[in-house]
Ligand binder design. Structure first.
Ligand code: APR
Ligand code: ZN
Ligand code: ZN
Length: 361
């Protein structure tokens, strides 16, 4: 059997997305059919639409999603119909070198659905990050589904599927923020704001939010930043040093992805402190640093890949903290929108007007 559902498709480079009817097959072995309840709009979706990832158009966009498993294919035992799940774009294989060496967050042998979803004329769709969740239903590998507490709001839960997990994980997994630490977060969009929330969960004593947009600093405060710095007209490194007794922060999290902010992060950390790079640069970006500074400052320079998360460990834990009122995931949802509003949401995202727009179905 197949399912005809409405979905958001990017047909060609730079062209506005369109709402289309697509055909989703019943799940085959190891696959799950998920009825999507909510899906956040992420920069990566826009990046796909602009042809910045690859040319495999048409794309089925959307990848920050939560929904209910409708049916599962042969051999699936971890999830069952009726389960409320968060989708993830990196279901680990358990077998590759990274997995065997205990670093599954570096697994690149990821599992996605084998069968293809198509347009009504049979054209195969390429789902964004192997998910494609701006759709009433999508087909994924069962390993991409993590069951969480049903009482969580779908809009909030879905955000853990990408950007918010990346930010929280940058603090709690990669940065290993500890009780009493001082943390500086450079860039307070969805990812940076989540890093602030994550630092608080980890028990940081001081959380300094840095951005060039006062609107983002307001949200940062709501999510627990103890200090804010608008670096448009202030030297971010100086300001962070001043706020940390002249030393620099124990952990600095970069959530912009630009050379100047990478450099600020590098110099804003205390000697032997940790720099966590979660902002993704473009291929042509370069940064020159005196080697003596690299050598002499000690500490650690780490990049954070999807928050170095393990979905099966981190998603249920964070949903529990959310339901206990200890993690305000709702604060990331600036607006909820309909499927046919994705193009407008891209525009708002581009202008920095939102932390997250979330499609609710
Ligand atoms: N200094 C400080 N903040 C800056 C600067 C700068 N020079 N330039 C931009 N910013 C701020 C923006 O004002 C915005 O608040 O960085 C933030 C970026 O946030 P978003 O555009 O919402 O992006 P987000 O989804 O948070 O992702 C940030 O992390 O995972 C990566 O690919 C993602 O590289 C991206 C980064
Ligand atoms: Zn693996
Ligand atoms: Zn994303």
């Amino acid at each position: 059997m197949t399912h005809q559902v409405r979905a958001v498709v990017a047909r060609g480079k730079g062209a506005p997305v369109s709402l289309e009817t697509i055909i989703v097959p019943d799940p085959g072995p190891g696959e799950a059919l998920v009825k999507i309840e909510a899906c956040g709009v992420c920069h990566t979706d826009l990046h796909y639409r602009e042809g910045g990832i690859n040319d495999d158009f048409p794309f089925l966009l959307g990848h920050e999603a939560a929904g209910v498993v409708e049916s599962v294919g042969e051999g699936v035992t971890d999830v069952a119909p009726g389960d409320f799940v968060i989708l993830n774009w990196r279901a680990v294989c358990g077998n590759c070198r990274a997995c065997r060496r205990g670093r599954p967050w570096y697994c690149f042998s990821t599992h996605n659905a084998k069968q293809k979803m198509t347009l009504t004329d049979g054209t195969e769709l390429a789902p964004a990050l192997g998910i494609g969740a701006f759709a009433e239903k999508t087909l994924v590998a069962a390993g991409q589904c993590t069951k969480v507490d049903r009482t969580a709001s779908a809009a909030a839960a879905g955000l853990l599927g990408c950007g918010v997990m990346a930010g929280i994980g940058a603090a709690i997994n990669t940065g290993n923020v500890g009780r009493g630490d001082s943390v500086a977060v450079i860039g307070c969009g969805g990812v940076g704001a989540a890093a602030i929330a994550g630092s608080n969960l980890a028990g940081a004593a001081k959380v300094i939010a840095v951005d060039i947009d006062d609107r983002k600093l307001d949200t940062a405060r709501k999510l627990g930043a103890t200090h804010t710095v608008n670096s448009k007209d202030t030297d971010a490194v100086e300001a962070i040093r001043e706020l940390t007794g002249g030393f620099g922060a124990d952990v600095v999290i970069e959530a912009v992805g630009r050379p100047e902010t990478y450099k600020q992060a590098f110099y804003a950390r205390d000697l032997a402190g940790t720099v966590v790079l979660v902002g993704v640069p473009t291929p042509e970006m370069k940064l020159e640093l005196p080697l003596l500074d690299v050598f002499g400052r000690g500490g650690a320079l780490k990049s954070s890949w999807y928050g170095d998360c393990l979905p099966s460990r981190d998603f249920p834990m964070l949903i529990d903290l959310y339901l206990q009122g200890r993690l305000d995931l709702d604060a990331f949802v600036t607006e909820t929108i309909a499927l046919d509003d994705v193009e407008k949401a891209f525009e708002r995202m581009h202008h920095g007007d939102v932390l997250r727009s979330v499609v609710v179905l």
